[in-house]
Design a binder for this molecule. Structure first.
Ligand code: ADP
Length: 482
């Protein structure tokens, strides 16, 4: 033996075999067992007596008729991929195995697959139980949401009657708040029902002809009050190559756009919201549209992005408190987009705004091909003429830039109007925007903006007006006629 060469004895092999998870059995060419590892003794229940029996006892079903056939059984063993191994007590278990039959080396390596089969059975049972639970849950959700909708509609109807009967002053304001609460509640109920239906795979899309431009217009119209109330700008740009009449589920398309648009409004206090729609592919009458809904709002960080599109997920609890919502909107939106054979994607940077893009596949209405007559009549379509104003949207927060000064003047104008009419909620938003826009400004202006916000918050008209004049004077003086 050369120096440094290691010897590997049978004892070394047995020691290693004892730590293996497989059953390892060594036997001679007549089938007599010479060795069984720890796992073999344990699983087969023989202990040390294992070396007193033959392989035929362990595999009676497969090898019994081979007994006495001298070495012919070795061929049989070599090709046995699976079999039933019998314990000392007569019970058996299925194994998957490999055998080595090579000169004096006759070995079987077997894995007890009974445990695996049991685990698989358990998994199937768990899956069935889960499906049953989901079914029961969906039925429950459908019933509960239905039961909730009825009283909400009842309250809303009565409140509408009271408003129409001529409620005034404080009473009118209270009734309007109740109406808004009912609308929110209805929206939440609808979301929960949709979510449950989507989860149960019971959601079918309609395939009906609709006017695409009208659909976009409706979604914008639904949000226009909130957009105006916050002093935001909206731009809508639709690729002229998109036919006017398409076939698809108009209601669900509106829902997708509306979800993204209302989020954009909700999470943006200064700047603009932009909707772009382009035609990416058309093959025969199948058309793919690509939507981008972007805003200059609070943005979403990378870690937060991973949580989005999952049900009930809002990026953090403080957002829920401040802005409300159930965190179901994006989860539903994603599933709807996927049902329309598309995908949704988010680009965003914390503090700089978000851009949600998605694609959907629709069909072109055959008999209306090329008819684009009434596109122009929709109010919001292709309203991007003042786009240049926002080319440097980042500049809006840099004190003294034309974008910053323009936005400050516009917010101040709106603030005064709101204070005049006593719309204190909106006034507070504007005074807060002004403070944000002055973030990089001189100390005295920042202080004035702070005092103004405090007084607006307290809804003190005289004090707030005084602070406003002070701030405006300081600002104009400082900016020097930009
Ligand atoms: P919700 O119905 O509560 O608004 P969504 O699923 O629509 O739930 O949105 C989940 C969360 O994603 C929101 O609570 C918000 O934190 C974040 N988010 C969605 N859209 C925007 C956006 N345009 N700008 C910033 N954050 C957003």
């Amino acid at each position: 033996m050369e120096q440094g060469q290691e010897t590997f004895q049978a004892e070394d092999f047995y020691r290693l075999a004892d730590v293996a998870l497989e059953i390892i059995v060594r036997f001679d060419r007549a089938g007599n067992i010479l060795y069984g590892n720890r796992q073999a003794k344990e699983d087969l229940g023989y202990g040390e007596e294992l070396t007193k029996i033959s392989l035929f006892t362990l595999f009676p079903a497969e090898l019994q008729q081979e007994e006495g056939a001298k070495e012919a059984f070795l061929d049989k063993v070599a090709e046995m991929g699976e079999g039933m191994m019998y314990r000392k007590n007569g019970t058996c278990f299925p194994v998957r195995m490999t055998a080595v039959v090579d000169g004096p080396y006759c070995l079987i390596f077997a894995i007890n697959v009974a445990k695996r089969i049991e685990t698989e059975r358990k998994l199937v049972r768990m899956k069935e139980e889960m499906e049953e639970t989901i079914k029961v849950r969906n039925e429950f959700v459908a019933n509960v949401t239905h039961e909730l909708r009825t009283p909400v509609n009842g309250i809303r109807g009565h409140v509408t009657n009271m408003l129409e009967a001529g409620a005034t002053g404080e009473q009118k304001r209270t009734l309007e708040i109740i109406t808004r609460c009912c609308e929110n509640m209805s929206a939440i109920i609808t979301n929960i029902l949709d979510f449950s239906k989507l989860g149960a795979g019971k959601f079918t899309l309609e395939q009906k002809e609709f006017n695409f431009y009208q659909m976009v217009n409706h979604a914008v119209e639904t949000n226009i009050m909130a957009i105006n109330a916050k002093g935001l700008h909206i731009m809508v740009n639709i690729d002229k190559a998109i036919p006017e009449f398409l076939i698809g589920d108009e209601l669900r398309l509106t829902q997708i756009l509306n979800n993204l648009l209302s989020n954009a409004v909700k999470f943006t206090s200064v700047g603009y919201i932009n909707i772009e729609v382009t035609k990416t592919v058309q093959f025969d009458d199948e058309i793919e549209l690509f939507f981008v809904v972007s805003d200059t709002g609070i943005g979403i960080s990378q870690e937060e992005k991973d949580k989005l599109f999952k049900s009930f997920s809002q990026v953090d609890a403080s957002i829920t408190r401040k802005y409300g919502g159930t965190g179901l909107g994006l989860a539903i939106t994603k599933q709807l987009v996927e049902l329309m054979h598309g995908s949704i994607h988010l680009d965003s940077e914390k503090g700089k705004g978000s851009s949600f893009s998605y694609s959907v596949r629709l069909h072109v209405a055959q008999d209306k091909k090329g008819e684009n007559s009434v596109r122009g009549q929709f109010e919001f379509i292709n309203q991007n003429q003042d786009m240049s104003k926002f080319e440097n949207i980042g500049e809006i927060f840099h004190y003294g830039t034309p974008e910053n000064v323009g936005e400050l003047r516009s917010k101040m104008e709106k603030l005064v109007l709101c204070m005049e009419v006593g719309a204190w909620d909106r006034a507070e938003t504007f005074s807060h925007n002004i403070k944000e826009l002055l973030e990089e400004g001189p100390q005295e202006l920042k202080k004035a903006a702070f005092r103004l916000e405090m007084n607006v918050r307290k809804e003190k008209y005289d004090k707030a007006m005084e602070q406003f004049s002070n701030l405006k004077g300081l600002f104009e003086e400082n900016i020097g006629g930009i």
